[in-house]
Design a protein around this ligand. Structure first.
Ligand SMILES: O=P(O)(O)OP(=O)(O)OP(=O)(O)OC[C@H]1O[C@@H](n2cnc3c(O)ncnc32)[C@H](O)[C@@H]1O
Ligand SMILES: [Mg+2]
Length: 172
Protein backbone atom coordinates (compact mmCIF):
# COMPACT_ATOMS: atom_id res chain seq x y z
CA UNK A 1 0.00 0.00 0.00
CA UNK A 2 1.40 3.36 -1.03
CA UNK A 3 0.85 6.09 1.55
CA UNK A 4 1.43 9.65 0.36
CA UNK A 5 2.27 12.09 3.15
CA UNK A 6 1.93 15.84 2.68
CA UNK A 7 5.07 16.96 4.50
CA UNK A 8 8.77 16.32 5.00
CA UNK A 9 8.58 17.19 8.70
CA UNK A 10 10.19 14.19 10.45
CA UNK A 11 8.00 14.41 13.57
CA UNK A 12 4.95 13.98 11.33
CA UNK A 13 6.45 11.38 8.98
CA UNK A 14 7.59 9.25 11.93
CA UNK A 15 4.09 9.44 13.40
CA UNK A 16 2.67 7.87 10.22
CA UNK A 17 5.42 5.23 10.02
CA UNK A 18 5.11 4.36 13.73
CA UNK A 19 1.40 3.81 13.23
CA UNK A 20 1.43 1.86 9.97
CA UNK A 21 4.72 0.00 10.38
CA UNK A 22 7.49 -0.81 8.00
CA UNK A 23 6.68 -4.21 6.54
CA UNK A 24 7.37 -4.85 2.87
CA UNK A 25 3.82 -4.08 1.78
CA UNK A 26 4.09 -0.51 3.00
CA UNK A 27 5.50 2.22 0.81
CA UNK A 28 5.80 5.81 1.98
CA UNK A 29 6.24 8.85 -0.23
CA UNK A 30 6.67 12.35 1.16
CA UNK A 31 5.68 15.51 -0.69
CA UNK A 32 6.37 19.05 0.35
CA UNK A 33 2.91 20.22 -0.67
CA UNK A 34 1.24 23.51 0.18
CA UNK A 35 -1.26 23.52 3.03
CA UNK A 36 -3.19 26.28 1.23
CA UNK A 37 -3.75 28.05 4.56
CA UNK A 38 -1.62 30.49 6.54
CA UNK A 39 1.73 29.32 7.94
CA UNK A 40 0.24 29.68 11.40
CA UNK A 41 -3.42 28.60 11.32
CA UNK A 42 -5.46 30.36 14.00
CA UNK A 43 -8.64 28.25 14.21
CA UNK A 44 -9.80 24.65 14.08
CA UNK A 45 -11.47 25.39 10.74
CA UNK A 46 -8.26 26.66 9.15
CA UNK A 47 -6.17 23.85 10.62
CA UNK A 48 -8.61 21.21 9.34
CA UNK A 49 -8.55 22.81 5.90
CA UNK A 50 -4.74 22.70 5.92
CA UNK A 51 -4.71 19.02 6.85
CA UNK A 52 -7.23 18.11 4.11
CA UNK A 53 -5.41 20.19 1.47
CA UNK A 54 -2.13 18.48 2.33
CA UNK A 55 -3.69 15.00 2.15
CA UNK A 56 -5.37 15.66 -1.21
CA UNK A 57 -2.28 17.27 -2.75
CA UNK A 58 0.01 14.45 -1.59
CA UNK A 59 -2.34 11.76 -2.95
CA UNK A 60 -2.59 13.56 -6.29
CA UNK A 61 1.16 13.94 -6.58
CA UNK A 62 2.06 10.46 -5.36
CA UNK A 63 -0.77 8.51 -7.00
CA UNK A 64 -0.99 6.16 -4.03
CA UNK A 65 -3.91 4.53 -2.21
CA UNK A 66 -3.97 6.90 0.76
CA UNK A 67 -3.12 10.57 1.26
CA UNK A 68 -2.35 11.82 4.76
CA UNK A 69 -2.08 15.45 5.84
CA UNK A 70 -1.11 16.60 9.34
CA UNK A 71 -1.39 20.25 10.33
CA UNK A 72 -0.56 22.18 13.47
CA UNK A 73 -2.46 25.26 14.56
CA UNK A 74 -3.75 27.24 17.50
CA UNK A 75 -7.17 28.58 18.51
CA UNK A 76 -8.77 30.64 21.26
CA UNK A 77 -11.34 29.07 23.61
CA UNK A 78 -12.38 30.74 26.90
CA UNK A 79 -9.68 33.34 26.31
CA UNK A 80 -7.02 30.63 26.34
CA UNK A 81 -4.81 29.98 23.33
CA UNK A 82 -4.76 26.24 22.74
CA UNK A 83 -2.37 24.21 20.65
CA UNK A 84 -4.43 22.22 18.18
CA UNK A 85 -3.41 19.60 15.67
CA UNK A 86 -5.48 17.98 12.96
CA UNK A 87 -5.03 15.10 10.58
CA UNK A 88 -6.82 14.15 7.36
CA UNK A 89 -6.82 10.91 5.41
CA UNK A 90 -8.11 10.92 1.84
CA UNK A 91 -8.89 7.87 -0.32
CA UNK A 92 -8.72 7.72 -4.12
CA UNK A 93 -12.51 8.03 -4.39
CA UNK A 94 -12.36 11.27 -2.39
CA UNK A 95 -13.63 9.82 0.90
CA UNK A 96 -12.10 11.95 3.64
CA UNK A 97 -11.59 11.26 7.35
CA UNK A 98 -10.43 13.82 9.90
CA UNK A 99 -9.29 13.63 13.52
CA UNK A 100 -7.76 16.01 16.03
CA UNK A 101 -4.94 15.57 18.48
CA UNK A 102 -4.61 16.33 22.15
CA UNK A 103 -4.76 20.04 22.97
CA UNK A 104 -3.16 22.01 25.77
CA UNK A 105 -3.13 25.72 26.67
CA UNK A 106 -0.10 27.74 25.60
CA UNK A 107 1.52 30.18 28.06
CA UNK A 108 0.54 33.87 27.74
CA UNK A 109 4.05 34.83 26.62
CA UNK A 110 3.78 32.43 23.66
CA UNK A 111 0.29 33.73 22.88
CA UNK A 112 1.55 37.32 22.78
CA UNK A 113 4.17 36.42 20.16
CA UNK A 114 1.70 34.50 18.01
CA UNK A 115 -0.95 37.22 18.18
CA UNK A 116 1.79 39.63 17.03
CA UNK A 117 2.13 37.52 13.89
CA UNK A 118 5.03 35.17 14.62
CA UNK A 119 5.00 31.44 13.88
CA UNK A 120 5.02 28.91 16.70
CA UNK A 121 8.03 27.03 15.29
CA UNK A 122 10.60 29.84 15.72
CA UNK A 123 8.90 31.10 18.87
CA UNK A 124 9.35 27.67 20.48
CA UNK A 125 13.03 27.50 19.47
CA UNK A 126 13.59 30.88 21.11
CA UNK A 127 11.59 29.90 24.21
CA UNK A 128 13.29 26.52 24.71
CA UNK A 129 16.71 27.71 23.52
CA UNK A 130 16.80 24.77 21.12
CA UNK A 131 16.89 24.27 17.37
CA UNK A 132 14.08 22.71 15.33
CA UNK A 133 11.65 21.98 18.16
CA UNK A 134 8.96 21.55 15.49
CA UNK A 135 10.83 18.61 13.90
CA UNK A 136 11.43 16.99 17.28
CA UNK A 137 9.46 17.06 20.54
CA UNK A 138 7.31 20.01 19.47
CA UNK A 139 5.60 22.55 21.69
CA UNK A 140 3.56 19.73 23.20
CA UNK A 141 6.79 17.97 24.22
CA UNK A 142 8.25 21.08 25.81
CA UNK A 143 5.09 21.90 27.78
CA UNK A 144 4.45 18.31 28.94
CA UNK A 145 8.03 17.64 30.06
CA UNK A 146 8.41 15.20 27.20
CA UNK A 147 5.58 12.88 28.29
CA UNK A 148 3.81 13.46 24.97
CA UNK A 149 5.91 14.58 22.02
CA UNK A 150 4.91 15.77 18.55
CA UNK A 151 5.40 12.29 17.07
CA UNK A 152 3.40 10.42 19.73
CA UNK A 153 0.65 13.05 19.57
CA UNK A 154 0.40 12.80 15.76
CA UNK A 155 0.64 8.98 15.94
CA UNK A 156 -2.57 9.03 17.97
CA UNK A 157 -4.16 11.21 15.28
CA UNK A 158 -3.06 8.76 12.56
CA UNK A 159 -4.49 5.83 14.59
CA UNK A 160 -7.81 7.71 14.71
CA UNK A 161 -7.68 8.23 10.93
CA UNK A 162 -6.75 4.65 10.06
CA UNK A 163 -9.34 3.29 12.50
CA UNK A 164 -12.09 5.36 10.90
CA UNK A 165 -10.99 4.19 7.43
CA UNK A 166 -11.12 0.55 8.57
CA UNK A 167 -14.58 1.05 10.09
CA UNK A 168 -15.74 2.62 6.81
CA UNK A 169 -14.29 -0.24 4.73
CA UNK A 170 -15.93 -2.91 6.88
CA UNK A 171 -19.30 -1.17 7.09
CA UNK A 172 -19.83 0.35 3.64
O1 LIG B 1 6.88 21.21 7.33
P1 LIG B 1 5.49 21.30 7.82
O2 LIG B 1 4.71 20.04 7.58
O3 LIG B 1 4.75 22.53 7.37
O4 LIG B 1 5.61 21.33 9.41
P2 LIG B 1 5.52 22.52 10.44
O5 LIG B 1 6.44 22.21 11.57
O6 LIG B 1 5.65 23.86 9.78
O7 LIG B 1 4.09 22.35 11.05
P3 LIG B 1 2.68 22.99 10.63
O8 LIG B 1 2.81 23.74 9.35
O9 LIG B 1 1.67 21.91 10.74
O10 LIG B 1 2.41 23.95 11.85
C1 LIG B 1 2.00 25.30 11.72
C2 LIG B 1 2.89 26.21 12.49
O11 LIG B 1 2.92 25.90 13.86
C3 LIG B 1 4.21 25.48 14.26
N1 LIG B 1 3.99 24.35 15.12
C4 LIG B 1 2.91 23.61 15.16
N2 LIG B 1 2.98 22.71 16.12
C5 LIG B 1 4.16 22.89 16.69
C6 LIG B 1 4.81 22.26 17.73
O12 LIG B 1 4.25 21.26 18.38
N3 LIG B 1 6.01 22.70 18.06
C7 LIG B 1 6.59 23.72 17.42
N4 LIG B 1 6.02 24.35 16.42
C8 LIG B 1 4.82 23.94 16.06
C9 LIG B 1 4.92 25.17 12.99
O13 LIG B 1 6.31 25.31 13.06
C10 LIG B 1 4.33 26.20 12.07
O14 LIG B 1 4.88 27.47 12.34
MG1 LIG C 1 4.42 24.51 8.11
Amino acid sequence: MKVCIGTNNMAKVNAVKNCLGNDKHMEYAMFNVSSGVSDQPFSDEETIKGAINRAKAALLEGEGEIGIGLEGGVHHTNDILFLNNWGALVLKDGTTFIASGARIPLPKEIETELVAGKELGPVMDEYAQKENVRHNEGAIGIFTSGRINRTSMFKHVVELLIGQMEFHQINK
